[in-house]
Design a protein around this ligand. Sequence first.
Ligand code: CA
Ligand code: CA
Length: 310
Amino acid sequence: MNRTRQRGVAAITALLVVAVAASAAAWMLAQQSATLNQAALVAARAQADFYADAGLDWARGVLAEDARASAIDSLDEIWSRPLAGLPVERAIVGGAIADAQSRFNLNNLVKDGARSNADFQVAQRLFDSLGVEPGLVDAIVDWIDTDSDPLGNEGAEDSFYLGLPRPYRAANRPLIQLEELYRVRGFDARRIERLKPYVTALPTRTPVNANTAPPEVLSALLPETPKDEIRAFVVARVAKPARDRQDLAKRFAKPPTTAIESDLDVKSTHFSVVVTVAQDDVRASAEALVLRRGTGSGPSTAIIWRRPLY
Ligand SMILES: [Ca+2]
Ligand SMILES: [Ca+2]
């Protein structure tokens, strides 16, 4: 690790410690006024929320700082370095930020309420390469698209879901979280776990960040590009991430121009954050999807959703 990087990591570690320590102090103040018979669970819950807030603030600070420092997002940057086992007060704190746009956004499958054929083919190739039945993509499209006409043999709309022992309706709107797939025809824990590192659900149409995407996702997007060329790029980008779309095109013998313009980018606006706190017998974690906008002097971040993790 070079000196600048070491200083950067140290600064970020300090940021997290300060954020969590401040929340611990606030929590202890709140505790002093709490009555003795207050349920321990409620207190633990309150503390977990304080810590989660602090951890998320830390992540947003790191992401804003990154946007001020660079116009691209790559895996050699400080945000991608997870923090584990930091002692803060009596707690042990960890945090990790992942680029949500390293994955294929399943909501891209539907454009203006109807199936997007190009994205449909990308998803089918990706599922196939991961050993998940490509026919299941039909059911996701139906779940998201606004009509109620089932697609192909494996699609499913209200007519299918209302006939289940515990009936419900198709959402007919974009996925909010990936776990919604549990409600979609044909999906189970095994398939969702298999897909998780490669797909995501983001509220707006998003390109994939070529500087962070796994080779499986890049191959699905670039079917004409030989796999060894994609692997070579994934190795080369560690030391030399693509600076912009033009630079990205230069990395391939036959530049996949259309995909680079419409499906790929070298930076990201959506990040997934996980914060974990362990203190005494209480272990709390929270996950959030963070949207980052703007670069240079004016980056801003917003939390799209957050949830506790168990
Ligand atoms: Ca960056
Ligand atoms: Ca539908």
